[in-house]
Design a protein around this ligand. Sequence first.
Ligand code: BJW
Ligand code: ZN
Length: 235
Amino acid sequence: MFAGMNNCITILTGAGISAESGLGTFRDEGGLWAQHRIEDVATPEGFTRDPELVQGFYNARRAQAVEAVPNAAHSALAKLEAEFDGEVLIITQNVDGLHEKAGSQNVLHMHGALSVALCATCEHRWEAPLVMQTSDKCPSCGAQATRPDIVWFGEMPYGMEQIDEALQRSTLFASIGTSGNVYPAAGFVAEARRLGCPTVEINLEPSEGCSLFDDSRLGPATQTVPAWVAELLKP
Ligand code: BJW
Ligand code: ZN
């Protein structure tokens, strides 16, 4: 009766799943890294050098994310979680909150979230104001060391232990809309394989690690993801 609970689908998502919601990816032509230097806006050193620049970058992205609407790919994953006979875990590198807006509940934000403020002094977290400033006072310790709760290069992504455990019980690993350039996320497919778990890549084009996947579905996420979910839910 509970046999279904032995099924566990682990889904890694990246910027490509939100592209058709109007949010820019990082490495595609005209993407965020074509407009900003990574070391200026996505490292702790960049933040120390010029906090105003970094806050401005994330304030603009937060404003876009608040307005953005989940697309058919996000909605299909929420439907999968609701209807699949087993566990569905989304590990997202995205900071936009669109999975939750679409109704997904089991979501792990390994690179943080635009909607959360973090005190660099005491690590207290609270809901981010739409426009964040480093001089905003921490509600817990009063320090003026407010930063976005985003995992920058050189910082440890969140939930690594939980991710490790999830990969161990996974019966299917899917990677959606990510270029496979950034570790440790880019290494999950190799780990899943090592554990004997089948792997599928769903992306606009083959990613860096495409040869490590057993199966590949190429095309825009709003088409490929609902089709894949329909197959999984087929009785
Ligand atoms: C579509 C589509 C459509 C488009 N439909 N698809 C040397 C070797 C190995 C590792 C390292 C190394 N040197 C340093 C490292 C570690 C480093 C790293 O990986 N660097 C690499 C660049 C080499 N990683 C880290 O530092 C991480 N931490 C860490 O390793 O901790 C351990 C440690 C700590 C201390 C000391 C030592 C070790 C932290 C990584 C943090 C990443 N942060 C960012 C920015 C913050 C979030 C934000 O601002 O939003 O996260 S970087 C950026 O890249 C962002 C993303 O989450 C991440 C991944 O990007 P993603 O999602 O894959 O986007 P794109 O644009 O690359 O790809 C989009 C894809 O979608 C494309 O394939 C398109 O084709 C596709 N697509 N439209 C379907 N409609
Ligand atoms: Zn504090």
